[in-house]
Design a protein around this ligand. Structure first.
Ligand SMILES: [Zn+2]
Length: 48
C-alpha cells in the first residue's frame, strides 16, 4: 500500500475534483475548498 490517494474529492460549489489522501481530506474539511473556499462536508468525498 502506498500513501497515495484514498478519496475522490469533488467540490459542491466549483466542481473542482482531485484525488486526496486522508490527511488532505482532513485539511479540506477544516479549511474549505482550496479553489473557492466553500465549506465542505464529508459528502464531498467518496472512497475510491
Ligand atoms: Zn470549490
Amino acid at each position: 500500500m502506498s500513501d497515495s490517494a484514498d478519496y475522490t474529492f469533488v467540490c459542491p460549489e466549483c466542481a473542482e475534483s482531485m484525488l486526496v489522501n486522508d490527511s488532505m481530506r482532513d485539511a479540506l474539511l477544516e479549511n474549505g475548498c482550496v479553489i473557492c473556499s466553500a465549506a465542505l462536508t464529508t459528502d464531498a468525498f467518496s472512497t475510491t
